[in-house]
Every structure is written in structure tokens, then in C-alpha cells.
Write a protein that binds this ligand. Structure first.
Ligand code: ADP
Ligand code: MG
Length: 238
């Protein structure tokens, strides 16, 4: 895992600039939430960090190294999306080892790494099951496990819980928090749910219209919002 530093980042689609010179430093092991209304640029920012989308201007550094020219695989950043897209015909162990197999690792080494991560995530008794025989929470852990086996530099989450009902969402939120406490992988978590952001993150970044309005620890944003937008967005009584 590694620090993620963004400086002077801009993005235009055609003639329309949607990210306007964003600067953000994320420490190694930190959990940062990106929040803001729909269309403010959250997903675009994540896609640029992961390498799925090129920046129009500015620099991205991972672990101090400029990565603008690297493709997603070379950046070794794990993206976690809403639908966990596990392979239904493969066992948990095969799902978790699939990317390692693609990268040419030997069978014995793959098995050892999968077992190690499965133990960490308390999936070690479920390795022979198919995804259809798992609960929603267990499936999420398998998807995260599949990413963790590759030892990613960072995790990027794009609204992973937004399709779930309220009860499951709260449960999953707790799972993600526990997971981060165990693996301490640098995480950037996009959500439009300010409560999710405030409960999960070390620091919260408030975005609006492609610009950062404020960055801070949840308690500081709550007690000292810089402007009315931030106050309104996080629901500070004022
Ligand atoms: P969010 O994830 O915060 O809802 P997005 O990053 O998806 O916002 O979108 C930010 C802005 O960029 C929006 O105005 C959106 O319409 C625009 N946008 C996103 N992707 C594209 C694209 N591939 N082509 C053109 N415009 C896009
Ligand atoms: Mg989005």
C-alpha cells in the first residue's frame, strides 16, 4: 500500500471541464471518503486515479512515483464497484485466486496466498462454496479478498453499498470498517451518503461542481464547516 497524491488535476470531456484543478494528499493507510452531490465528479476522479481514464492536466503519484503514464494493472490499484461480479461457476478459492492465475503465479503459491487472505477475512471455512451459496456479506468479503490477494497499493470504492437496503448497508459498512482496520490498505471511498462518509473515514473530502470545498476529519467538518455548502451537505445545525 502507498500514499496517493493528486496535484493540479483537471479533466475535460470535449470542451467541458468537469474537474477543476484538484489537489489532494492521502497518506499511506488512510481511509478517505469523497462525498458530494450527483454529477460533481466523484467517479471521474476515481477513474483517473485508477488509470481507467486519462487526466487532462496535473499529476498523480502513488507511493511518491508519478503514475500518469501507467495503465490500471501497472498501478496495482483495486477498484470495488457496486456489483461484485464474482464468477458464479467458480468456488470462493478459485474466485480469489483468479487474478493471480492470470499473472502467472504457480499453483502452490496461489493456494498459499488465497488461504492466508481467506483466514484474515474469516472465509477459510467457505473456500469450496460457490457464490450462490453465500450471504451478501460473505460475497462482499470474497470480492474484497480477490482484490487483497494481489496486495494492491490502494482500494478505490465507487458507491459499493448504494444498491443495498438500509439494514444490509449498515452491516456492510461495519464490515468495510473492520476490514480496513485489519489490512490498513490506503482507501478512497466514494459515496453520496454523508453519514456513511462520516462513520467510515479518517478524513472526508467534500466535492461540488468538480472542486474541493473542504477536507477534514469528520468531527472538524461537523464543528467547523468552511461554508454554507459544507454545512448544508453534512447537516451541521447552524
Ligand atoms: P459523480 O460520480 O459525482 O456523480 P461523474 O464523475 O460521473 O459524477 O460525472 C461528473 C461530470 O462529468 C458530469 O457532469 C458527467 O455528466 C460528466 N461525465 C462523466 N463521464 C463522462 C463522459 N465519459 N463523457 C462526457 N461527460 C462525462
Ligand atoms: Mg458516480
Amino acid at each position: 500500500m502507498a500514499s496517493v497524491e493528486i496535484s493540479g488535476l483537471k479533466k475535460s470531456f470535449g470542451a467541458v471541464e468537469v474537474i477543476h484543478s484538484v489537489d489532494l494528499q492521502i497518506e499511506d493507510g488512510e481511509f478517505v471518503a469523497l462525498v458530494g452531490p450527483s454529477g460533481c465528479g466523484k467517479s471521474t476522479l476515481l477513474r483517473i486515479i485508477s488509470g481507467l481514464e486519462p487526466a487532462s492536466d496535473g499529476e498523480i503519484r502513488i507511493g511518491g512515483k508519478v503514475v500518469n503514464h501507467l495503465n490500471p494493472r501497472e498501478r496495482n490499484i483495486a477498484m470495488v464497484f457496486q456489483n461484485y461480479a464474482l464468477y458464479p461457476h467458480m468456488s470462493v478459492a478459485q474466485n480469489m485466486g483468479f487474478n493471480l492465475k492470470l499473472s502467472g503465479l504457480k499453483r502452490g503459491d496461489i493456494d498459499a496466498r488465497v488461504r492466508e487472505v481467506a483466514k484474515l477475512l474469516e472465509l477459510d471455512t467457505l473456500l469450496d462454496r460457490k457464490p450462490g451459496q453465500l450471504s451478501g456479506g460473505q460475497r462482499q468479503r470474497v470480492a474484497m479478498g480477490r482484490a487483497i490477494v494481489r496486495n494492491p497499493e490502494a482500494f478505490l470504492f465507487d458507491e459499493p453499498l448504494s444498491n443495498l437496503d438500509a439494514k444490509l448497508r449498515v452491516q456492510m459498512r461495519a464490515e468495510i470498517k473492520t476490514l480496513h482496520q485489519r489490512v490498513k490498505t490506503t482507501s478512497i471511498y466514494v459515496t453520496h451518503d454523508q453519514i456513511e462518509a462520516m462513520t467510515l473515514a479518517d478524513r472526508v473530502v467534500i466535492l461540488s461542481g468538480g472542486r474541493i470545498e473542504q477536507v477534514g476529519r469528520p468531527i472538524d467538518l461537523y464543528n467547523h464547516p468552511d461554508n454554507l455548502f459544507v454545512a448544508g451537505f453534512i447537516g451541521t445545525p447552524s
